[in-house]
Design a binder for this molecule. Structure first.
Ligand code: SAM
Length: 246
């Protein structure tokens, strides 16, 4: 079973190996069959009577048996999510786990992913990062999630929708601090690619005033010395308050 990454914008970002796998697989499964078909057309790969099966979050349980049966018959199966790397905020995890559980070989053909592309452009430290996927939709749940990440000593990476990004940046500024460095990476590898770098305060203000459309990744720097000291102070205060209540 092959897991292949597909472009996040520029069709020519597909790898030669992924093209070889798509050309040779017995069965092709895709989160979005139309977009994979289009990509294959661009690169001159014909289906030639091979099944193209939809496999996404809403039909995984029904579609998996057919793909597993193909593997049992010794056929090769390739899976591509709509864009980027399968399983990175995309379907494919249950499929991979079932294939592993049944003893089938699992092969990854790596390629584009928005989180890695954004990280390399952000100007933020790349030695350690935490990919946190999409934050919750509501502000209170989002703030709770952000609080749980506030002291993580790594660059934080989030996927975000254009509808929510201004509110998300406001919440991040309020929870993580106005001065934390951040980057917003938008429409990567596409015509209107844009990277905004600045403090959370600056980015929240910019997105509040000038909303942006398109696909985006938000990256936030690790806490600085001040935040670390604040947490030490908080711990010390808790200890003192604990003593006082005795
Ligand atoms: N599996 C994909 C990957 O490896 O990046 C991610 C799929 S996730 C459902 C889609 C989200 O990824 C978008 O909402 C956006 O946050 C981010 N994304 C995808 N393509 C992007 C692009 N070209 N520029 C910026 N962000 C992108």
């Amino acid at each position: 079973m092959y897991l292949v990454a597909t472009p996040i914008g520029a069709a020519r970002d597909i790898t030669l190996r992924t093209l070889d796998i798509l050309a040779a697989a017995d069965v092709i499964a895709a989160e979005d069959t139309r977009s994979l078909r289009k990509l294959m057309d661009i690169h001159g790969i014909a289906l030639e009577g091979r099944p193209l099966i939809a496999y996404h979050d809403h039909n995984g349980a029904q579609a998996r048996p057919r793909l597993m049966a193909a593997l049992e018959e010794g056929k090769s199966v390739v899976y591509a999510s709509e864009a980027g790397t399968p399983m990175v905020a995309d379907p494919g995890f249950d499929l991979a786990r079932e294939a592993i559980g049944a003893g089938h070989g699992l092969i990854s053909a790596p390629g584009p992913s928005a989180v890695i592309t954004a990280l390399t452009l952000s100007g933020l430290p790349t030695d350690r990062f935490l990919f946190a996927g999409f934050l919750p939709n509501t502000s209170s749940a989002r703030k709770t999630a952000l609080r749980s990440l506030a002291q993580v000593p790594a660059t934080l990476a989030f996927y975000e929708s254009p509808k929510r990004v201004a509110a998300m940046l406001r919440d991040a500024r309020n929870v993580l601090g106005a001065e934390r460095q951040a980057a917003l990476c938008r429409e990567l590898t596409k015509k209107f690619e844009e990277v905004l770098r600045g403090t959370l305060d600056e980015l929240a203000a910019e997105l509040g005033e000038n909303p942006r459309k398109g696909e985006m990744v938000v990256l936030i720097d690790r806490p600085g010395e001040l935040s670390v000291n604040l947490s030490d102070i908080e711990q010390a205060l808790r200890a003192v308050m604990g003593d006082m209540s005795v």
